[in-house]
Ligand binder design. Structure first.
Ligand code: ADP
Length: 372
């Protein structure tokens, strides 16, 4: 974790002549800005690595190769960082060579040019404004760290709560069933009904907690690159788990051989299971007809799961991917509103995209992309 320290508050000064370096650092110090002189471009790079608020460099001190190294170093920096560079340019008329150099230096991103002769007040003002910009970046970093910590705590809380609630809920479900079976003659009609409510509630909680656990687990999917896996295998596993629903609904499933993708098998299976399970659940009066297809699209693979179900009103097609967002009550269709949120999370972790196109009353097509 990054902490702001003295090194991160300094301005690094790279000037080829000792006189320039002394002058610049004196000017900065008299303005209460900590300055440190680097002798060579490679020292500047090494010092940047340990932290700095900004760098002030004389144009002639950076060769093209040095600029390339700085640009490479900048690319390795975290997204909050945008190191300010103040470049003191040479005096004289602009020509092709100076224009080319200026273009090269621009590649360093956050660059301010000061043309010689530069007045001390100008140097001071440029350094102060670079420092202000850098302080804001440190503040963004701090907020990101706080957010990441709070997020991790919340994830941990949701994980522990859903994990630890599983057993007591299962006990309520099992014992309420045992009570109603084994003590039927002691219970009157009302007692029997109450036990039924308890059991139904416990079964619903069981489902919610199971899905919530799957949702929190999806947050910790590693973003390390994975080997290629055959999507066919994940599809077959998902269909096996859905076999009872497929049999009952007499769903027709249409698919051809699917390509290999860079994703863990279990996650692709979860995507298929949620999306095909929904295509069966949200069926219309017609027999479900579900088409699963995929095609390579550059570095990604685009999957399509199309159904002839009830469809989704256009205004809800983004909302349904939110946690607990459902378009129907549980009396109409059972469910927790977590399935698509899990899909969204999985796809996000693999830097893919998921969306739906649908015509209300005619069916829906869910699309998702995954690195191929
Ligand atoms: P659940 O199915 O448990 O309610 P999901 O997150 O899987 O939760 O889906 C969210 C909502 O999106 C569902 O409640 C339903 O209204 C809608 N939905 C999802 N899939 C389909 C589909 N294939 N056809 C029509 N509506 C769907």
């Amino acid at each position: 974790m990054y902490r702001q320290n003295d090194l991160e508050m300094r301005v690094l000064v790279l000037a080829p002549t000792g006189r320039d370096a002394v002058l610049l650092s004196k000017t900065l110090e008299s303005a209460n800005v900590a300055a440190e002189v680097c002798r060579h471009a490679r020292d500047l790079l090494a010092m940047l690595e340990h932290g700095a608020a900004a760098a002030m460099v004389a144009e002639e001190a950076l060769l093209s190769t040095d600029v390339a190294e700085v640009v490479q170093w900048l690319a390795s920096q975290p997204p909050w960082s945008d190191m300010p560079f103040i470049v003191i340019t040479s005096r004289g008329r602009a020509n092709a060579a100076t224009a080319r150099k200026a273009q090269e230096l621009q590649l360093m991103g956050n660059v301010t040019f000061l043309e010689r002769p530069v007045r001390p007040e100008t140097i001071e003002a440029a350094a102060r404004s670079a420092l202000r910009a850098r302080m804001r970046q440190y503040e963004i970093r701090r907020r990101q760290e706080v957010l990441a910590r709070v997020n991790a705590d919340l994830e941990q809380f949701a994980y522990t709560a859903s994990h630890d609630l599983q057993e007591p809920i299962r006990n309520i479900a099992i014992y309420s069933e045992l009570l109603s079976k084994g003590y039927r003659d002691v219970l009157d009609h009302t007692g029997e009904a109450f036990l039924g409510y308890i059991n139904k509630g416990a079964r619903r909680m069981e489902m919610l907690v199971r899905d919530l656990l799957a949702y929190t687990k999806a947050a910790s999917i590693s973003d390390e690159p994975t080997d290629l896996v055959e999507a066919d295998k994940s599809l077959q596993d998902a269909l096996l788990n859905l076999s009872e629903a497929i049999r009952q609904s007499e769903a027709e499933l249409i698919y051809q051989s699917l390509p290999a993708v860079r994703m863990r098998e279990v996650h692709l299976q979860q995507l298929f299971q949620n999306l095909i399970g929904n295509a069966i659940k949200y069926r219309s009066d017609e027999k479900p007809r579900i088409t699963i297809s995929a095609e390579k699209n550059g570095s990604h693979c685009l999957f399509r799961i199309a159904d002839n179900g009830i469809g989704i009103n256009a205004e809800y097609k983004d909302r349904i991917f939110g946690l607990f967002k459902r378009l129907h009550g549980s009396a109409e269709y059972s469910g927790t509103g977590i399935g698509l949120a899990i899909c969204q999370r999985i796809v996000d972790r693999y830097r893919g995209r998921i969306w739906v196109e649908s015509e209300f009353g005619k069916g829906s097509t869910f699309f998702f992309t995954i690195p191929g």
